[in-house]
Design a binder for this molecule. Structure first.
Ligand SMILES: [Zn+2]
Length: 319
């Protein structure tokens, strides 16, 4: 099928960069390209940055006739039905911007837009760790916690597309203030920055922790990744931090299980490699964290897609 042209393009728009990839029907990323996102000036500058990222996938030829469909993940809030970007705090160049419509005008192909966690969840269901599960919960744990709910094989959007913000479920009304403005969201208690913060707080009283050495004596440079390495080295501070983090994540997921009783839970994101050795420990904690009589029947698995989850997710949005 040499002349089989069109491919699906997945575009992942962040606050500082645009990543675009060619994705085949098996969810394999055949090529990808990254460019800086333009964040100032006219809204069309942002569109131009997206087009530059896409054109980079088609060296020497025009991209226009090569593409079957375009999927885009963009920072929310957005309307997945209309593809309008509403007013994302980390992408102020677009305000009520009809991204899908503008892209359709340029490329004359179907365009779908959704947020990155919803899209990544769909990609896991189609091609990754969620394959074979009709209903599952997806969480990407990194600098924040994004989540997606797949019901009957489709993204659950809620009334306006704002559903499935599981990272901002409050689990401590008196907890620290989250980036979203609420207190005690699981994101502000258990994502990467929270893991690092908890380690820093404990280091003051633990001058013998290997984390001091890893951080070169500068407590501000302690990261979640360092906590993982220190845990491997049997460091007591790292062990305490991980125990607390697992408790919090298990407690949160226990509530998710009581709410959804999903077929599976899929965990991705930059912190998932740190959590990978502890998945069974999280599951064991579900017994006291939910009223579901059989929580251990629910698999907790690592996502298939890593840093390309956005590209794959965007492509998965296309039928
Ligand atoms: Zn929050």
């Amino acid at each position: 099928m040499k002349n089989e042209p069109p491919v699906v393009v997945g575009v992942d728009i962040g606050g500082t960069k645009v990543a675009a990839g060619l994705v085949n029907a098996e969810g394999e990323i055949l090529a990808q390209n990254r460019t800086p996102m333009l964040t100032l000036g006219a809204p069309s500058n942002g569109l131009a940055a997206v087009s530059t990222a896409i054109q980079g996938l088609f060296p020497g030829v025009s991209s226009q006739n090569q593409i079957a469909a375009i999927g885009i993940c963009a920072p929310g809030p957005l309307d997945p039905k209309t593809g309008v970007i509403i007013n994302p705090p980390n992408l102020p160049i677009w305000h009520n911007y009809p991204l899908a419509e503008e892209m359709r005008r340029v490329y004359n192909v179907p365009v779908r837009v959704d947020n990155d966690a919803n899209a990544a969840a769909l990609a896991e269901g189609k091609w990754g760790a969620g394959r074979g599960y009709q209903n599952f919960f997806y969480a990407t744990v990194g600098t924040g916690i994004g989540t997606g709910i797949i019901l009957d094989g489709h993204i659950f959007h809620g009334k306006t597309g704002a559903a499935a913000e599981g990272g901002h479920m409050g689990i401590d009304r008196n907890g620290p203030v989250c980036n979203c403005g609420k207190r005690g969201c699981i994101e502000t208690l258990a994502a990467g920055p929270a893991i690092a913060r908890r380690a820093r707080q404990k280091l003051e009283k633990n001058p013998n922790s290997v984390l001091w050495e890893m951080a070169g004596g500068d407590i501000q440079t302690v990261s979640a990744e360092m906590v993982g390495r220190a845990h491997t080295a049997n460091d007591s501070v790292a062990k305490e931090v991980m125990r607390e983090t697992l408790d919090l994540l298990a407690y949160w997921l226990g509530s998710i299980i009581d709410l959804l009783e999903p077929d599976a839970i899929v965990i991705g994101g930059g912190v998932s490699s740190l959590l990978a050795p502890f998945l069974d420990e999280i599951r064991e904690r579900w017994r006291g964290a939910c009223i579901n009589p059989r929580p251990l029947d629910i698999p907790l698995v690592l996502a298939h897609y890593g840093e390309n989850a956005g590209i794959a997710g965007a492509a998965a949005l296309c039928e």
